[in-house]
Design a protein around this ligand. Structure first.
Ligand SMILES: [Zn+2]
Ligand SMILES: [Zn+2]
Ligand SMILES: [Zn+2]
Length: 387
């Protein structure tokens, strides 16, 4: 999710000052520790800045500051909860049609098995893969920051928005694990998502109220106290909760802002109900690894991210194959549409299945596609061919 820029096994830059060693005096050691503490705070700020983008960008971002690193430390923290087991799926229900989630998921984005609406976001799934982006992406993002600041100073929303579109366009292709799998092969979804993210970012950047909360967040992050050793610093919980309080205010402010700025309706998943959850998820991924276990559990509770998993129920489903990628999925009785977990394409289940004339494979064509290259033999398969 673009949040994991901490490398637990690497000491902060700088290291011991020249000449420092077992014989160096206490002052040198103290200076060294001070410097490391300063760098740790800078790191925390960087993480927080990234978490903030996710927070307010509704559908997680990471576009702002590109992270390069590993997330194994986050995985360790999340192990305080039972990890999702094969054969289990997050317990949740569709906000659109009311159906319970039954079929397995592959990414953090949980889509309805009956109507293909985005239902939920599974933080523990999000933490499974390493989403460290390419260093070239990080460089590209960092190179836009000065221009973005200048655009804000000049009140130039159009330039700012264009910059963010470039950033998010790179983000969806270079950090695919961090965005919905729908962005992988559905250009319409991808473009809408990029436009939506850029607009959300722009709304935040030009809103004085939101910027004041950003400043408050920075102050509170700077006020954090750390314990533990330098290799794995721990945030003192009493200094951390004010940070979470500010996040809560930001999520509230973001909701109001997105509505008034017309951002909400740009969301290609129409998932305003997930705004806060996605915000808390990004925040948790930034901070869980630096909290003592008990506080980490409290944070997950406060964020409403303590998941429950239920067994997958695919028994009464009709096995079908996706004409986009060949993956098998189950069409449950009464289902009208589904998002393929293999490739993210949307499929209307009302349409007839189609047989490939070359290899005989039977498949369901993605919505809006009249022809595909057979995922099994590459021959052209046409919808019109079976009429
Ligand atoms: Zn539904
Ligand atoms: Zn597929
Ligand atoms: Zn074929």
């Amino acid at each position: 999710m673009g949040l994991f820029n901490r490398k637990p096994h690497e000491p902060a830059e700088g290291g011991p000052p020249p000449g420092a060693g077992p014989s160096s005096d206490k002052m040198a050691l103290a200076r060294q520790w001070q410097e490391q503490a300063r760098q740790m705070q800078a790191q925390a700020m960087e993480m927080q800045a990234q978490a903030l983008r996710q927070v307010a960008a509704v559908q997680q971002a990471g576009g702002g500051e590109a992270a390069v690193g590993s997330m194994s430390w986050a995985r360790q923290v999340l192990a305080i909860l039972a990890p999702p087991q094969p054969g289990f799926v997050k317990r949740c229900s569709c906000v659109v049609c009311g159906a319970p989630k039954k079929l397995p998921t592959v990414t953090a984005y949980v889509y309805c098995d009956y109507c293909a609406a985005l239902v939920d976001y599974d933080l523990r799934r999000a933490c499974e893969g390493d989403t460290a982006p390419d260093p070239a992406y990080a460089a590209m993002v960092n190179s836009t920051r000065a221009a973005a600041r200048a655009a804000v100073a000049a009140g130039d929303r159009d330039t700012y928005r264009d910059l963010q579109k470039r950033v998010f366009a790179a983000y969806v292709t270079q950090v695919p694990m961090a965005v919905s799998h729908r962005a992988k092969n559905d250009p319409g979804y991808r473009d809408a998502y990029v436009a939506y993210m850029a607009e959300a970012d722009t709304a935040r950047a030009f809103d004085p109220g939101y910027q004041a909360l950003d400043a408050e967040m920075k102050r509170r992050v700077m006020g954090l106290r750390y314990t533990g050793n330098m290799m794995s610093p721990t945030v003192a919980p009493d200094s951390f909760w004010p940070v979470a309080d500010t996040l809560e205010k930001q999520l509230e402010a973001g909701k109001v802002l997105y509505r008034s700025a017309g951002v909400t309706e740009l969301d290609p998943d129409h998932a305003e109900h997930l705004t806060a959850k996605l915000g808390w998820s990004g925040f948790c991924q930034g901070w869980l690894g630096m909290l003592p276990a008990e506080a980490a559990a409290d944070l997950l509770g406060r964020a409403g991210l303590t998941n429950e998993y239920v067994p997958v129920q695919a028994e009464d489903g009709q096995p079908r194959h996706c004409g986009g990628c060949g993956a098998e999925f189950h069409a449950l009785p009464g289902a009208t549409a589904i998002i393929c977990e293999g490739c993210g394409r949307r499929m209307d289940l009302g349409s007839a299945e189609i047989r490939c004339a070359a290899c005989g494979a039977v498949m369901t064509l993605p919505a809006g596609a009249d022809r595909v290259a057979c995922p099994f033999c590459q021959a052209q398969v046409e919808r019109s061919g079976i009429r």
